[in-house]
Design a protein. Sequence first.
Length: 103
Amino acid sequence: MVKFLDTEGEFQEATKSLCIIDFTASWCPPCKFIGPKFVALAEASNGGKLSFFKVDVDKNEAAAKAAGISAMPTFQIWNEGKKVEEFKGANEDKLKALVKKYN
């Protein structure tokens, strides 16, 4: 199960360790397309190094602002409180490659 980070505090805590975050919005068609694929990748890599989280940018505006989100979906890798890598868009191949690289 992919946990939603509902507060800026949860976001700050999650980004202390190696994680990937899907910044999404309920009204975003590309997010609806790629969201289930993100969840499937999380389930398939259970036990890997990477933790999987989601942020609804409308419900957690503080985290979206802290992460510099300007488009959805955006996928970011974080470690030790720092953004390591990101890409924007609903590209399943890019998402798989990013997860493979860090997991």
